[in-house]
Ligand binder design. Sequence first.
Ligand code: NAD
Length: 356
Amino acid sequence: MCYPARSQASPPESVHVIRDAESGLEGVIVLHSTKLGPAAGGCRLWRYGDESAATRDALRLAQGMAYKNALAGLPLGGGKAVLRLPEGSFDRAKLFTAFGRKVAALKGAYVTAEDVGTTVADMQVVNEATHHVAGLPQKPGLPGGDPSPWTALGVFLSMREAARRKFGSDLSGLTVAVQGLGNVGARLCHLLHEAGARLVVAEPRSDVAAAVACRYGAEIASVAGIAQARCEIFAPCALGGVLNADSVANLQARIVCGGANNVLATEEDGDRLADRSVLYAPDYVVNAGGIINVAAEYLGWTTTEVELRVRQTDLRLAAVFDHCESTGLPPHRAADLLALKRIAAGAASSALSNAA
Ligand code: NAD
């Protein structure tokens, strides 16, 4: 079937090119949507060939954040900052001070945090220029800190829901292939083991793979072979873009559900999964535990509120699967549509309350 490309579905609200000659800051802040609240999304510092490559990445990531935040039920829009890593040595504190001023100039329309290439220490520097930043050192008893345990819990609950839909069973006795044993993957293995699942794992750090194999009786697969491992469920917890035409054709799993962002190389790969009757649990629906924790830090919520919201991840996934059943859409497209609807509904209700 032919569907519209996702990128045509919703253009960004605004794109802010940011530059500061003194510190070497060069990048872009994209506010994809502020209809549900401030556009929240991390700040990536990465090497890009040119400005348009950085902008393309920021546009894609900002849209992903808008959809993720909307479907997680957060009072936040979506945005992203992408900074080009300067050539040679540079003064990091100066760069992030300049970035903080650019965030401050947006007067709360954008909320930043860490992402690939940036750290808690960078965000502390940003915090000297603006309050619109999360991912700061955790205060005792409050949300914040490492979000991975929340992400892993949301993925686990989602996997249980997907297994119920696909096999009419719980996870006990099913084999799950976990790709990547970092913060999310290792924690997920623990939860799966407790639930009685069998594990096949792959991880380039062989000592880490061996430790997980020993602790949970997991079988170790090669890094190259994990996506084709014999299993019922494939859980990508390392890289984006792992599902492409080739890997989808060779997948043994009947469910894909993992923590990694941007698992589908293209929209069409999601369609290919559906054509093969593989149930795909959309990445940004199931891995929202981390952003819920970050949002709670920024919005001043309690840890109890974080847990409550993360424990509803399976209900949000169930709503996506229900939408698939009623529309005939594959899950990645159904999720996008629901996110767009939620953003539009949020915009309509705030227009009504402004008019009242
Ligand atoms: P991490 O860096 O701690 O773990 C990634 C692991 O994958 C590492 O152990 C790495 O060695 C391994 N790896 C790298 N290449 C691999 C390969 N080819 N095959 C198998 N393993 C490989 O990262 P993380 O925090 O666990 O996050 C994992 C994924 O989940 C990332 O895509 C991240 O963007 C996404 N994510 C994480 C969170 C979070 O809360 N940490 C939230 C949302 C999404």
